[in-house]
Design a protein around this ligand. Structure first.
Ligand code: PEP
Ligand code: MG
Length: 737
C-alpha cells in the first residue's frame, strides 16, 4: 500500500470510532512521512498561531510557542495560504527562532496551511535534520492531511460570539459597483463554497470513482440542458457558454479529483479538495479573465458536489437576492430559472461572465460587494440597489418602505414605456430622432424588437471575444456578424472593430506593463501595429455582409492618418471579396481630443462620426472613467463639454457628415434631451434606455428648449455644471426625465 493510502486508511480507522486526537495525528504523519518532527499550529484570536500538538519538538512548548500570522515560516505559510517547501528553513529570511521548541537541529521544513472556506485555520508542518526538498507525493499527502485537519479544527472552533450577535440583527450596508442597473427586494439566498463533505474517507476507491463518473455525466447533462434551455428565446450568449462547456468537458481538473480519490478520499472529499486548490489559486491570480475561467471551474465543482449528493434543486422565494462570493455563468442561469430577482457577487467585474449573463437577462446585479457574505444569512431580508451600488442587509422599515414605493413606481413606468415601443421616436414638435441600440452579444439582438430601436448604433465586437476568451477565427466571426445583420433585418448596424486592451484583456494576451493602460497600446493602435487580426475581422465583416450594406467604424482614432490607414486595410479586404457590400460606409469614433483639431481633414474623409462620450470625457477632463472618487466630478452638462459638442455639430453640419453619440450619456434622458438641443438627434444606448429616452423626447418642445439651452449656457459659462438649470426647465415643462 502506498504511503498516502496507508496514512489515510489509518486515519479512517480512527475516525470511524470518533475523532482523531491531534497528538495521535502528528505522530502518525511523522511516522508515515519519515519526518523527525510533525507539528500542528492553530490560529487563535488576534491572528496568532499557537503550537497545538507536536511530535518531535519539546512537548512543553505546546500551548506556549506562538507566532503571528506572517511571522516565521509557519506564519508565512498561513499568510500566503500556500505550502512552503524549504530545504534550509533556518536560513530563510522569514525564519523566526522560538527557543522553547528546541527546533535548532532541523534544517528542512514543509509547512502547509490548513484552510477551509477561504479561511486559514492553522498550519501543519514537518521537519527533518537532513537538508532536503520534500517530493511532490509528500507535499500531496500533507495537503490531504491538512484538508482533514481543517474539518477537525472547524468542529472545534468557537465563533466570535460578540460579532455574530451584532451581525444577526442590525442593518448593514455594503457598497459595490453596478454591473446591471435595477432594484430588487427579497430574502437572501447565500451560496457559499460548498459545505464540507460529511464523509471524508472511503475504503473502496473503485466505488468512489464510479460515483464520480456518474456525477460527472449528470453534471455535463445539466450544463448542456442549461445552455440549451435557460435563456429567453433559447438564444444563449453562446460566446460565454461555449467557453464554459469546454471547461465542463475538460478532463484536467477531473483527473486531479480522481487522483485524490485513489489516495483514499471519498468522491466528495476529492472534489472538495480540488475546489479548495482552485479557490486558493483564484486568490492569487490577478488577471481578471483568468479569474473568470477559474470561477467557471468552481461553478462546475459546486454543480458536481450537488450531483454527488443527489440533492434536489433548491427552491427559492420569488424575487430572492442571490449572494455569492463568485459566480459562474451556468450557476447564474440555474438560479435565474428558479426566480431570483437580483444578484450580488463579492468578486465580479463588469466585463466578467456573470455580468455579461446578468446584463443579457436584464437581472439587477451588483459586483465587488465585499464583506456581504460574512454578514449575511440565508433568508435575511435585503434590498439590492444596483444603480446606487449597494446592498442593504436587514433594512429598517423606513428604508424598506422607500424601496417598495420605488419598485412600485418602476413597474408602473415599465408598463407605460411598453406602450411606446411601436411609436416612432419624435419630439413633441415633430422632430424625428433615431434611437439606436448598443449591443455586443447575440443574446442582446432580441432587444431590437423588444425596444423598437431603429437599429444598432454600436456593436462592440470585442465583447463576444472577451466572452469566448479568445479572438475567433474568420468564419466564426463572420457567423456572429451575419446573425447581427439578420436580426437587424435591414435596420442599420454600425460594427465597431475590436476595442481590446486597457481593461479589456483576453486571457493569455501579453499584458504590457503600462502605467496608464487606457491610454496605452490598445484598440486601433494594436490593430494597426499588428494588422493580421484587424484584417481578419474586416474580412469577416465583409463576408457576413454577403452583399448587404455594411457600416464599419474604428475606435480610439487619434489622427486622420490612423483613420486613413485603417480604412486602407478595409478597402484592401473589400477589393478581394465578392459579392461586395451594396454600400460600404466607414466612420470613426471620436474619443480622443486630438481628433478635434484635425476636423478639416477628418470630416472630408469619413462617412460619419460617432462620439464616444465615455472615453472623450475621460480624456478631455483627464479623469479616469473607472475611478469612483472622481466619478461625479466632471459633467457632460458642463460648459466645456457643451461647447465642445456644439463645435463638433457645427463642423459636421458644414461638411454634411452625420454625427451621433454612442457613449452612456446618450441613454440618460436629461443628457439625451440636451444633446438633441445641440442638434444631435442620432443617439445609441443600452437597451434599457431606449424607451425612457423615447418617452422624454416625446414630451419635449425642441425649438423652445433650444432657445432656453442657449440662454442657460450664456448665463454662466464658468459654472462647473449646467445640470440644475437644465433639469429645472425640463421638469417645469413636464418632460419626464
Ligand atoms: C465610449 O468610449 O463612449 C464608447 C462608446 O466606447 P466604450 O465604452 O466601449 O469604450
Ligand atoms: Mg470608448
Amino acid at each position: 500500500m502506498s504511503t498516502p493510502r496507508r496514512l489515510l486508511a489509518r486515519l479512517r480507522q480512527l475516525m470511524a470510532v470518533g475523532t482523531v486526537p491531534l497528538p495521535e495525528l502528528v505522530r502518525l504523519v511523522a511516522e508515515q512521512l519519515v519526518a523527525e518532527v510533525c507539528s500542528v499550529y492553530v490560529v487563535r484570536p488576534g491572528e496568532i498561531l499557537e503550537l497545538a500538538a507536536t511530535e518531535g519538538l519539546r512537548p512543553e512548548a505546546v500551548g506556549r510557542a506562538r507566532l503571528r500570522v506572517g511571522e516565521g515560516i509557519v506564519g508565512l505559510a498561513a499568510a500566503k495560504g500556500e505550502a512552503l517547501n524549504l530545504p534550509d528553513a533556518q536560513n530563510h529570511p522569514a525564519f523566526a527562532y522560538r527557543p522553547e521548541t528546541g527546533e535548532e537541529p532541523y534544517a528542512s521544513m514543509l509547512a502547509v496551511p490548513v484552510r477551509r472556506a477561504g479561511r486559514t485555520l492553522g498550519v501543519i508542518a514537518v521537519q527533518n535534520r537532513q537538508p532536503r526538498r520534500y517530493d511532490p507525493d509528500e507535499v500531496e499527502v500533507l495537503e490531504t492531511v491538512a484538508m482533514l485537519l481543517a474539518e477537525l479544527l472547524a468542529g472545534a472552533i468557537v465563533p466570535d460570539s460578540a460579532e455574530e450577535g451584532l451581525g444577526s440583527a442590525t442593518p448593514r450596508r455594503f457598497a459595490g459597483i453596478c454591473l446591471v442597473g435595477g432594484i430588487a427586494i427579497g430574502p437572501i439566498v447565500r451560496i457559499g463554497p460548498a459545505a464540507a463533505p460529511r464523509r471524508l474517507l472511503a475504503d473502496d476507491p473503485a466505488a468512489e470513482l464510479a460515483r464520480l463518473d456518474t456525477a460527472v455525466k449528470s453534471m455535463r447533462a445539466t450544463v448542456d440542458e442549461l445552455i440549451a434551455a435557460r435563456l429567453p428565446d433559447g438564444d444563449a450568449p453562446r460566446e460565454v457558454l461555449d467557453a464554459y462547456r469546454l471547461i465542463a468537458a475538460d478532463t484536467g481538473w477531473l483527473r486531479r479529483v480522481s487522483d485524490a480519490i485513489r489516495t483514499g478520499l471519498s468522491a466528495e472529499a476529492g472534489v472538495h479538495r480540488v475546489a479548495g486548490e482552485l479557490r486558493d489559486k483564484l486568490r492569487r491570480v490577478s488577471d481578471p479573465y483568468l479569474r473568470e475561467r477559474l470561477a467557471d471551474i468552481e461553478d462546475l465543482v459546486g454543480r458536481l458536489l450537488r450531483a454527488l449528493d443527489g440533492e434536489a434543486p433548491e427552491r427559492v422565494p420569488p424575487g430572492a437576492i442571490l449572494l455569492a462570493r463568485r459566480l459562474g455563468p451556468a450557476e447564474l442561469l440555474y438560479w435565474h430559472a428558479r426566480g431570483i430577482g437580483g444578484v450580488a457577487v463579492e468578486e465580479a467585474t463588469a466585463a466578467g461572465h456573470a455580468a455579461i449573463i446578468a446584463r443579457a437577462l436584464g437581472l439587477p446585479a451588483l459586483g465587488a460587494a465585499r464583506g456581504a457574505m460574512e454578514q449575511a444569512e440565508n433568508g435575511d431580508p435585503a434590498v439590492l440597489d444596483a444603480e446606487e451600488g449597494h446592498l442593504v442587509l436587514r433594512p429598517g422599515p423606513e428604508v424598506l418602505g422607500t424601496y417598495q414605493r420605488e419598485v412600485r413606481g418602476r413597474s408602473a413606468r415599465q408598463a407605460r414605456w411598453a406602450t411606446l415601443r411601436d411609436r416612432p421616436a419624435v419630439t413633441a414638435d415633430g422632430t424625428p430622432l433615431s434611437l439606436m441600440l448598443n449591443a455586443g452579444l447575440a443574446l442582446e439582438l432580441g432587444q431590437l424588437d423588444a425596444t423598437g430601436a431603429d437599429g444598432i448604433g454600436l456593436f462592440r465586437t470585442e465583447i463576444a471575444m472577451l466572452a469566448r476568451g479568445m479572438v475567433m477565427d474568420t468564419a466564426e466571426q463572420a457567423a456572429v456578424y451575419a446573425r447581427v445583420l439578420d436580426a437587424a433585418a435591414g435596420r442599420p448596424v454600425v460594427f465597431r472593430t475590436l476595442d481590446l486592451g486597457g481593461d479589456k484583456l483576453l486571457p493569455g494576451s501579453p499584458t504590457p506593463e503600462e502605467e496608464n493602460p487606457a491610454m496605452g497600446w490598445r484598440s486601433l493602435r494594436v490593430g494597426l501595429d499588428r494588422p493580421a487580426v484587424l484584417r481578419r475581422q474586416l474580412r469577416a465583416l465583409l463576408l457576413a455582409s454577403g452583399g448587404r450594406p455594411l457600416t464599419v467604424m474604428f475606435p480610439m482614432v487619434a489622427t486622420t492618418a490612423e483613420f486613413r490607414a485603417a480604412r486602407a486595410l478595409l478597402r484592401a479586404e473589400a477589393a478581394r471579396i465578392r459579392p461586395r457590400p451594396e454600400r460600404l460606409l466607414v466612420g470613426t469614433m471620436l474619443e480622443v481630443p486630438a481628433l478635434l483639431f484635425q476636423l478639416d481633414t477628418l470630416l472630408t474623409e469619413v462617412d460619419f462620426v460617432s462620439i464616444g462620450t465615455n472615453d472623450l470625457m475621460q480624456f478631455t477632463f483627464a479623469a479616469d472613467r473607472g475611478t469612483p472618487a472622481i466619478a461625479g466630478r466632471y459633467d457632460l452638462l458642463s460648459p466645456a463639454m457643451l461647447n465642445l459638442l456644439e463645435m463638433l455639430v457645427e463642423r459636421a453640419r458644414a461638411t454634411g457628415r452625420p454625427i451621433s453619440i454612442c457613449g452612456e450619456a446618450a441613454g440618460r434622458p436629461l443628457e439625451a434631451i440636451t444633446l438633441a438641443g445641440l442638434g444631435i438627434t442620432t443617439l445609441s444606448m443600452a437597451a434599457g434606455s431606449v424607451l425612457p429616452v423615447k418617452e422624454a423626447m416625446a414630451g419635449l418642445d425642441l425649438p423652445a428648449f433650444r432657445a432656453v439651452l442657449r440662454l442657460i449656457r450664456e448665463s454662466d459659462g464658468a459654472a462647473p455644471s449646467l445640470r440644475e438649470p437644465i433639469a429645472a426647465w425640463v421638469r417645469e415643462h413636464g418632460v419626464p426625465v
